[in-house]
Ligand binder design. Structure first.
Ligand SMILES: Cc1ncc(COP(=O)(O)O)c(C=O)c1O
Length: 399
């Protein structure tokens, strides 16, 4: 199930060779990739703008960028945003600017693309120190000793493997106390989790406006990065930052000056996705939470361990015996379930397993199929046994 060629899709079913599989490896969490209302706007934008604005952003940005940046700033409740094609390009170009040759404190398990940004920064004189995974005490130990002129803390928001979020409040507090900048990559949380309200439709919160708002935090000394290529199914990404930093990045971040931009179709689907999010995003998220919760409840009933204790739609299932990963992959494939395999050395041996991602476009029948296959898998293979999960029950969530 790696490097598969997908020849056809039908909703959230995919065809690999002559095998039809239910796709649980998609990051299109809100199902916007299959939303007819969103697809319908594309031809009109192509007619107006052509297929591709081939200027780099510095040379010429279609006004669509201004519209997206303003709407993202309003959604996130931040001062300003800057859109670039991908998060990878943002990490590579923005981390070295923010590090300014000082110290970078990077979460031990931060996404690989953050590490690459740190490597670039170290070529420009920054010192990179690692702190233990989502551990504010370990970070503080390092910060206390540090005498650098500038400090940057880099970490993920919702983790792409565990499906959990770090204690953002604790990290933001450390950043403020030690005059550092907290740089958070919430590729997976943006669009799914958001600000909390008493009358919210699901424990994900409202509006999908990402981890800073989900924790009721402010952007003081916090720089948020996220992508539109997961929940918004479009090739673009952004950095939420003060306007001064945005102005600086327009000359200091090479992708703004030199890289090819996002295609017009993606700019169009972002704008239509923002409309749909405003109109009924919370209802979509409530459905997503319900489907995810059914899978998590099943794992709990079967006594199968997952690190997910948040209820977010990323569910990793580690194996008890890492050498069975190939056989487990074949079992899932033969039983019509497409998941992401996490093999050694991509993950430590005790975390070898597979990851399920639930999207709003997975049908109830596909969820039933997944539940059945997980039960069969639990009988056929040794999976790690459950620790106490802390996910909310439907009754708790409704309360
Ligand atoms: C946490 C995280 N950061 C960054 C990326 C890369 O994003 P992009 O494709 O926008 O470069 C991913 C991709 O899956 C991711 O999971």
């Amino acid at each position: 199930m790696t490097d598969a060629v997908i020849e056809e899709i039908d909703g959230r079913m995919i065809r690999v060779g002559d095998h039809w599989l239910a796709d649980f490896a998609s990051c299109n969490y809100l199902g916007f990739d299959l939303e007819p209302e969103i697809a319908a706007v594309v031809p009109e934008y192509l007619a107006r703008w052509g297929t591709h604005p081939s200027w780099s952003r510095l040379l010429g940005s279609p006004v669509l960028y201004e519209q997206i940046e303003e709407r993202l700033a309003e959604l996130l409740g931040c001062e300003d945003t800057l859109v670039l094609p991908t998060i990878t390009l943002i990490h590579l170009s923005v981390i070295p600017v923010l590090a300014a040759g000082g110290a970078i404190f990077v979460d031990h398990r931060a996404h690989k693309t953050i590490y690459e940004g740190c490597q670039f920064a170290s070529l420009r004189g920054a010192t990179v120190k690692r702190f233990a995974f989502e551990d504010p005490d370990d970070l503080e130990r390092l910060l206390r000793r540090d005498r650098s002129a500038s400090r940057l803390i880099c970490m993920d928001g919702v983790n792409s493997m565990t499906g959990n979020a770090p204690d953002l409040t604790a990290f933001a507090e450390l950043a403020r106390r030690y005059e550092a900048i907290l740089y958070v990559d919430d590729a997976h949380g943006f669009g799914v989790i958001g600000e909390r309200h008493v009358d919210e439709l699901s424990p994900y919160g409202s509006r999908g406006n990402s981890i800073v708002r989900h924790f009721g935090e402010t952007y003081e000394r916090v720089v948020l990065v996220a992508g539109l290529s997961k929940s918004y199914s479009s090739l673009a990404a952004f950095i939420a930052c003060p306007s001064d930093l945005k102005r600086l990045l327009k000359t200091a971040a090479p992708p703004y000056l030199y890289s090819g931009p996002s295609p017009v179709a993606s700019l169009a689907t972002v704008l239509a996705g923002l409309d749909l999010n405003a109109a009924r995003g919370d209802t979509v998220r409530a459905g997503l939470w319900e489907k995810t919760n059914r899978v998590l409840r099943t794992l709990e009933r079967l006594g199968i361990h997952t690190p997910n204790h948040s209820g977010f739609p990323i569910i990793e299932i580690p194996l008890a015996r890492s050498e069975e990963i190939g056989a487990v992959g074949r079992f899932l494939f033969e039983n019509g379930v497409y998941a992401t395999l996490a093999a050694y050395p991509l993950v430590p041996r005790n975390e070898v397993g597979f990851r399920i991602q639930v999207t709003a476009a997975n049908t109830n029948a596909q969820i039933e199929q997944l539940i059945e296959v997980l039960a069969k898998l639990g009988n056929a293979f040794d999976l790690q046994t459950a620790h106490k999960p802390e996910i909310a029950t439907e009754a708790e969530a409704a309360a």
